[in-house]
Design a binder for this molecule. Structure first.
Ligand SMILES: [Fe+2]
Ligand SMILES: [Fe+2]
Length: 179
């Protein structure tokens, strides 16, 4: 009796690849629910953009004796959130979707909030809250995607790791300012 193999044979793979060429990177073997993944990614995109805007506001408004080092941190985070937004938008296009960058409704699509904060300490606290929201929502997205879309999952895992670093940076700043 022939051994049963779990791999699809080459001829079937080649045939499938030719069938829906206009779908680019999305093949028949794509297991996730594309519409749902696109919706989640567009929410993550809005979250990242809102975070960019909040960090930029904090960067320009930082004042006081500790302002310089904290502002530098805000700017670095703003740039990294922009990087996340770009990665996510790129992946949305790869999945045959369209990145929703419309300012209208951006805040309601976003998981994180845009809070200006009254002073340096208030800004750091708000940013830490937003990072913690992002951490939970990325973790949930990763769980949802599971093994159905490894590329999206890998991207989300990379972003999650950076959000955790951001949260750690902010709680270190908080502890230092509290001294
Ligand atoms: Fe981010
Ligand atoms: Fe972050």
């Amino acid at each position: 009796m022939a051994k049963k193999t779990f791999l699809t044979d080459v001829r079937t793979l080649r045939k499938r690849a030719r069938e829906h060429i206009q779908q680019g990177a999305v093949t028949k073997g794509y297991k996730a629910k594309r519409e749902t993944v696109l919706k989640l990614l567009n929410e993550a995109l809005a979250t990242e953009i809102v975070c960019v805007l909040r960090y930029k506001r904090h960067y320009f408004m930082a004042s006081g004796i500790h302002a310089q080092s904290v502002a530098a941190e805000f700017l670095q985070h703003a740039n990294e959130e922009q990087g996340h937004a770009d990665e996510i938008a790129q992946r949305i296009v790869q999945l045959r979707g369209a990145p929703n960058l419309s300012p209208e409704g951006m805040l309601s699509r976003s998981h994180s909030e845009y809070v200006e904060g009254e002073n340096l300490l208030g800004m750091i606290k708000e940013d830490l809250v937003a990072e913690r929201v992002a951490i939970d929502s990325y973790r949930e997205m990763i769980e949802y995607v599971g093994t159905n879309d490894p590329t999206t999952r890998r991207m989300l895992e990379g972003i999650l790791a950076t959000e955790e670093e951001h949260a750690e940076d902010l709680s270190t700043l908080l502890a230092e300012l509290d001294k």
